[in-house]
Design a binder for this molecule. Structure first.
Ligand code: FMN
Length: 390
């Protein structure tokens, strides 16, 4: 095995990440879909999936994370239990691959900066320079209580996140044996942290915030932001432009801050078969659990509520139930590639986080056809031909 550190490269080619399966059915509120997926506690399945993902041309695996369980109706529907813990399962994927980036979520409100810095530098060492941090504040009521409560008011969560990110960067930037002092309003760090220092020097930082404070945090302090790709491309374009303008205002180099769009794909050998498969997912949604999840999801982000507003409530439940409100591209490899190229043309988005519905390795392998079709259009180059860059 020759694990290679990843470098950042800014070009016009598409990048793809896979929202890593951390539970039986992460992206469809459905016991039927859950039953059709592998066991998320099977290490061998993750290893096989990791090798598949690297082989077909993904750039990174993205581990979302949450400490709190889903609502009882979701659990009853087989949605979200059990759920593997991102930083501990990341090495399973790292050790099965040589070039794939592995992004893990670590919450700034729950983990002290020194813990985040130390987990990060060790994951970067284990992967030989392929780790990145998804720096989220943590949003769920009920989650912070697991940590004994939270003294960061919700509206200040990104102020706290920015301090945490700054302190983590200071810890990573310090040489071996060098003392660090960071005294903020929420984060206080003084001392000399044990090595290793990160292989990448400064691992990339992702942040999926969509509120103004979230965007300011991405623009000023992170390398990648996220937006849900929704069917109204104007909304997506506005989000991409917002982040670019905020990054420019923050004095960042052009292209230094990229936006990744979360999106789902349902493939068929024919258009008709793809539509039938998509309908199968819509029909499989557990409506009761889906309604609860949709309410919970929208209550946790006014921004997402706004992104979906105008759609009938029934439609909102289905859309959140299948793919958490993101667009679902349905078609053959050819027509899905066409749709992706269209989204790139119309929005400027070129980094996509695919949220899978069925995630057995042989299901994910089908995406190879989409990548080939994108390569023919000149918008995608295999990672091996661009230095396996981020
Ligand atoms: C692609 C994507 C992945 C996310 N992953 C996580 C996660 O793993 N853990 C988490 O607590 N929140 C996660 N979130 C929620 C965000 O952290 C954020 O709270 C949400 O996008 C709303 O943005 P806002 O906080 O700026 O209102 C994710 C959001 C998106 C779009």
């Amino acid at each position: 095995m020759a694990m290679m550190p990843k470098k950042r490269r800014i070009d016009d080619q598409m990048r793809f990440g896979l929202m890593w399966p951390n539970t039986k059915s992460q992206n469809v509120t459905s016991g039927t879909v859950a039953a059709a997926n592998p066991n998320p506690l099977d290490v061998g399945v993750h290893q096989a999936l990791a090798r598949t993902v690297e082989r077909v041309g993904f750039d990174y695996a993205f581990f979302a994370d949450t400490y709190a369980a889903n609502a009882p109706a979701n659990i009853a529907a087989g949605h979200g239990e059990p759920r593997i813990y991102a930083p501990l399962w990341a090495p399973v994927v790292m050790l099965a691959t040589e070039h794939l980036g592995v992004v893990t979520t670590l919450h700034t409100r729950y983990l002290p900066a020194a813990v985040i810095a130390r987990i990060g530098s060790n994951l970067d060492a284990i992967s030989n320079g392929r780790w990145a941090w998804n720096a989220v504040p943590g949003v769920k009521a009920g989650e912070s209580a697991l940590f004994g409560g939270d003294d960061v008011p919700d509206e200040r969560r990104y102020d706290q996140a920015r301090e945490s990110i700054a302190a983590v960067k200071a810890l990573w930037a310090a040489g071996v044996g060098e003392k660090v002092e960071f005294h903020g309003e929420f984060v206080d760090v003084a001392g000399t942290m044990a090595g290793p220092v990160p292989v990448q020097a400064m691992p990339p930082i992702f942040n999926p915030g969509v509120s103004p404070a979230g965007i300011e945090t991405i623009a000023g302090h992170c390398d990648f932001g996220f937006t849900a790709v929704v069917d109204d491309v104007e909304i997506v374009r506005a989000q991409v432009e917002n982040v670019a303008a905020a990054a420019e205002a923050a004095g960042r180099e052009p292209g230094a801050v990229q936006v990744a769009g979360s999106i789902s794909i349902v493939l068929g050998d024919t258009e008709e078969e793809a539509q039938e498969r998509y309908q199968w997912f819509l029909d499989a949604v557990d409506v009761e659990a889906g309604a609860g999840f949709a309410k919970f999801f929208l209550a946790n982000s006014a921004t997402y509520a706004k992104l979906l507003e105008g759609l009938p409530w029934d439609e909102q439940i289905r859309r959140i139930g299948v793919g958490a409100g993101s667009s679902v591209l349905v078609g053959t490899s050819e027509t899905v590639a066409e749709q992706l190229a269209g989204i790139q043309r119309e929005t400027g988005l070129k980094n996509f986080l695919l949220t899978p519905f069925l995630w057995a390795p042989e299901e994910i392998a089908r995406l190879e056809g989409v990548f080939s079709a994108l390569a023919e259009r000149g918008v995608w180059t295999p990672p091996s031909e661009r230095g396996w860059s981020w």
